[in-house]
Design a protein around this ligand. Structure first.
Ligand code: ADP
Ligand code: PAZ
Length: 252
């Protein structure tokens, strides 16, 4: 009698999501997220050093909504590196009217929707610097969605574009009728974002009865308990999409 062991190849993937506010650095072992750091741009170099020291990274996917970080190349010698662009092979049909100008972060969200919910209508809401809405239909076609200002951007805009409004920090809204300047701003930002998200979900539901809604991004946890519609909260959805694109291009 002899035993036969399945032989598994372990791929350590580094997934880098350079957003407009934070850099997210995630390590995946095959398709399982095993380590995650969200850092500011000035902390990113140090964090990359630590990650490469601690993990046997075989391949990297890098997605950036802006320019490359200047120190980036020094880390990636001898690694398989996929830089996500509009030309990258993705696991969905891209029907966006201007595919070359589509944000790479939005491409990753559509990929996550296609891989995790094939042949389903999926709306992904990414509450980060901006709040973006991405719609992928049951034919696995990405159609587009919407781009709106994010929560911090709204607080900052009210402060920057007026003479008197203070910069308010994120907090819970006690009552949607704000009774002083601070609570009026809080209501106008937080309550309005929640109403906006529920309103947009309802618009999609009116057109697509069978709809799965995912909420992701830096404000996921704050918003998930305030939105009325049924949603799946997954702060790592974009990172999962990037890892799926990497796997699709290297093992698919
Ligand atoms: N400690 C924090 N500092 C700043 N913003 C934060 C913090 N925690 C959560 N946020 C929220 O997360 C958003 C950024 O989320 P994230 O998904 O990382 O954005 P991006 O991908 O655009 O960089 C900010 O706009 C803010 O609303
Ligand atoms: C809309 C965005 C600024 C969102 O960026 P984020 O909030 O995720 O940092 C980014 O996806 C972008 O620059 N998009 C390009 C325009 C487009 O997608 O059509």
């Amino acid at each position: 009698m002899f035993c036969k062991f399945a032989s598994f190849v372990t791929y350590m993937n580094l997934v880098i999501d350079q957003g407009n506010t934070f850099v997210k650095l995630a390590v995946f072992e095959n398709s399982r997220l095993v380590d995650l750091d969200s850092v500011s741009y000035c902390e990113a170099e140090e964090m990359l050093k630590k990650i490469f020291k601690k993990n046997e990274i075989k391949q990297v996917i890098w997605s950036s909504v802006g320019e490359a970080m200047p120190f980036f190349d020094t880390f990636l010698d001898n690694k398989v590196v996929l830089r996500l662009t509009s030309e990258t092979l993705v696991p969905f049909f891209n029907n966006y009217g201007s595919p070359r100008s589509l944000g790479v972060d939005r491409i990753a969200l559509a990929a996550a929707a296609a891989v995790n919910y094939p042949k389903k209508n999926v709306l992904v809401i990414d509450a980060g610097t901006c709040i973006t809405f991405e719609f992928k239909n049951a034919n696995d076609e990405y159609l587009g969605g919407a781009i709106a200002p994010g929560i911090q951007m709204r607080f900052k805009a009210l402060h920057d574009y007026t003479a008197k409004l203070p910069l308010v920090s994120l907090a819970s809204v006690e009552d949607f009728i704000g009774n002083n300047t601070e609570t009026s701003i809080l209501s106008g930002v937080v309550n309005n974002v929640v109403q906006e998200i529920d309103g947009v979900i309802n618009q999609y539901l009116a057109r697509f009865e069978d709809l799965t809604v995912i909420l992701t991004g830096g404000d996921t946890l704050f918003l998930a308990e305030r939105v009325k519609n049924t949603i799946f909260a997954n702060p790592n959805f974009l990172l999962e999409g990037l890892n799926a694109i990497l796997e699709h291009n290297t093992h698919g």
